[in-house]
Each structure stands twice: as C-alpha cells, then as structure tokens.
Design a protein around this ligand. Structure first.
Ligand SMILES: [Zn+2]
Length: 209
C-alpha cells in the first residue's frame, strides 16, 4: 500500500480508457473492490456496529487512523533527530504510518465505490469536508516530518480545484500500473473481408434516430 505514495496523482488521463476497456477488472477496479470490502468489514466489526447509511466523515477518519497500524511509512515526531530528513542515516523509534499518498488514493477509490453501490454524492462520507481537511493535514504533517514536499507539478491548476477532480486523477494514476494488454494474438493477418470469422460485422450504426 505504501508504494502508491510516490505516484499519487502524477498524471491524469487514462481513466476513460480504463473504463472503456472493461473486459476484465483492472488493477484499479480490483483494488477498489478490496478496499470497499475492507471498509465494510471494518463497519461490521465496529463497536457498536455501524450501518453504512449512518457513516459520517468522522467515521471515515476513524477508519483511516485505524489503518495506520498497518502502515509502512516512517513519520518522524517533532522530537526526533531525523525530523525533516528525507533519508535518515539510522533507525529511530518513530511510528510507521500510512503514507499520505496511499490514503489519498484509497479515499478516491472508496468514494467511487460508495456511489457505485447506490450511495448518493450528497451523503458520501468519503467526500466529507472533514475528510478533506484530515487528508490535507496528514499531507502537511508528513511533508514536514519526512522532508518530502508533496507538490505536484500541475500545468493548470484552477483556483479551488474541486477535490473530487484531484481524487479522480490520483485514483486514475494508481490504475496505470497494469501492463500490456494481450491483444497481440487477436490481430489475425487475414486482410480478407467476410470469409473468416462468423462474428457479425459491427460497423457504424446507421440506425435512424
Ligand atoms: Zn524518527
């Protein structure tokens, strides 16, 4: 999970293509499914049990904090000698956390999964303002503690870019890992028309409106 930290939101694009390809679940889709199941399990084990419909941004933040115990990213405390060092020369006792980039991408996937499973954007707890603020805080804290500026070089950055766009692009970035499609075998050399496959030719639909 930690590996996503470096590439969060690097480039946009690709989201459309990935959705259009849609033959087999992409890495992004299967990751989204796994994340969603993890979250539902978390809700089930919550004490007291928590229904998805009652889930708020505060619960989402609670979930993100819970995930920190599985983190692999060293985040130095202000008292640590390595505070602000990107490459500390030695070990220290600071805790491991989830990297901001991982959390940011995760929230993007969960936000999409929530709406795909019937939730409305208005009630989406992953889109809550509190979650956005929490993530921003994590980013700033980790940037200082690890000496890593999370500044993305974006060409155009409209003032107050909606965070949904940012989340979408970072989600798309994580789905780019999948490699070559296996379409090479499909391109038969037969240039003849009609004789070969039985599949009906689908040409430009000329159906009247
Ligand atoms: Zn430390």
């Amino acid at each position: 999970m930690d590996s996503a930290g470096g590439e969060g939101g690097a480039t946009s694009s690709g989201g459309q293509a990935a959705a259009a390809a849609g033959q087999q679940p992409s890495r992004y889709e299967s990751q989204k499914r796994r994340d969603w199941n993890t979250f539902l399990t978390y809700l089930r084990n919550h004490k007291p049990p928590l229904a998805l419909a009652r889930c708020s941004g505060a619960h989402v933040i609670e979930f993100l904090r819970y995930l920190d115990q599985f983190g692999k990213t060293k985040v130095h405390g202000a008292g640590c000698a390595f505070y602000g060092h990107p490459n500390p020369p030695g070990p220290c006792a600071c805790p491991l956390r989830q990297a901001w980039g991982s959390l940011d991408a995760l929230i993007g996937r969960l936000r999409a999964a929530y709406e795909e499973s019937g939730g409305t954007p208005e009630t989406n707890p992953f889109a809550a303002r509190a979650v956005r603020i929490f993530l921003r805080d994590v980013r700033e804290t980790q940037a200082k503690a690890r000496g890593i500026p999370y500044e993305k070089k974006k060409r155009k950055r409209p003032p107050q870019a909606s965070s949904s766009a940012a989340a979408a692009s970072s989600s798309a970035a994580t789905s780019r890992g999948g490699e070559s499609s296996s379409s090479a075998a499909l391109s038969g050399g037969s240039s003849g028309d009609g004789s070969g496959p039985a599949a009906p030719p689908v040409r430009g639909s000329s159906t009247p409106p």
